[in-house]
Design a protein around this ligand. Structure first.
Ligand SMILES: [Zn+2]
Ligand SMILES: [Zn+2]
Length: 257
């Protein structure tokens, strides 16, 4: 199996003692690329450092909606200068989160919209977080079109997915597809979804799939996401791995093939 984990936070303290083991297990599980995404300037810089150190790691840079209130004047210039690094392949993690509202919604919208413009001007795909913000998110995306990118950790119905695709974006799925709570929603969606419209991710260290739910997540576990989706889609995990790897290399097209 050849897999790509399109979204992980490997700079997290959770990996400070055993990152090399984590990467070794990922390689053994067939994970050939990992996109490590930052949530502010410090973590974005750490993603670039990891990408410099490890072949399989690529970097995404941006301000997460939780951190929007910490984006200081000049942050866009900083991000733009980070983007000149050849292993920076995405603007993200950016987005809206109205579940926690750690930053006020108006500010989240402003910071997202500015970074979507950056994504467009640099021609780097956007990696977008969405929680309970479907309508405002679609408005921001429509205003910034044409865009390339992905709504990560997708949760929703086929109607919302079609609106996302209509904006030229893709979606990606985490280990949450294995959670009992959401099995019916995800099964309904995935049996209708064309296999070239989505990618796989872990969002490590969060959202650990069954059978390791409750433990720390890691990129090797992306294979469980592939296996569960294969069940929903009525195909094999190999087929899902192949298709999603091709889709990810197409979208993040500055990653070495
Ligand atoms: Zn997220
Ligand atoms: Zn994330």
């Amino acid at each position: 199996m050849r897999l790509i984990d399109t979204h992980a936070h490997l700079y997290d303290d959770d990996y400070k003692d055993d990152l090399e083991d984590v990467l070794y297990r990922a390689e053994n599980a067939g994970v050939c690329r990992i996109i490590c995404v930052g949530v502010d300037l410090t973590s974005s810089e750490k993603c670039i450092q990891l990408a410099e150190k490890y072949d399989s790691i690529y970097a995404g840079i941006g301000f997460h909606p939780h951190e929007a209130s910490k984006a200081e004047k000049g942050y866009l210039n900083e991000l733009e200068s980070f983007s000149s690094h050849p292993k920076v392949v995405a603007i993200g993690e950016i987005g809206l989160d109205y579940h926690y509202n750690f930053s006020p919604p108006n500010l989240q919208i402003k910071i997202l919209s500015e970074q979507l413009e950056l994504s467009k001007s640099l021609q780097l795909p956007a990696v977008i977080h969405n929680r309970k913000s479907d309508q405002d998110l679609l408005t921001c995306i429509r205003q910034a079109r044409p865009l390339k990118g992905v709504i990560h950790c997708f949760f929703g119905d086929i109607e919302f997915a079609r609106q996302v695709f209509g904006c030229g974006l893709l979606v990606s799925f985490t280990g949450s597809v294995t959670f009992k709570r959401d099995l019916i929603t995800n099964a309904n969606l995935l049996e209708q979804l064309s296999t070239d419209k989505f990618m796989l991710e872990t969002d490590s260290p969060y959202l650990t799939p069954v059978p390791f739910r409750g433990e720390r997540n890691e990129p090797a576990f992306v294979k469980y996401v592939a296996e569960q989706i294969a069940v929903f889609a009525g195909t094999t995990a190999e087929e899902i791995a192949d298709r999603t790897t091709t889709t990810a290399l197409d979208l993040f097209n500055t990653m070495r093939p």
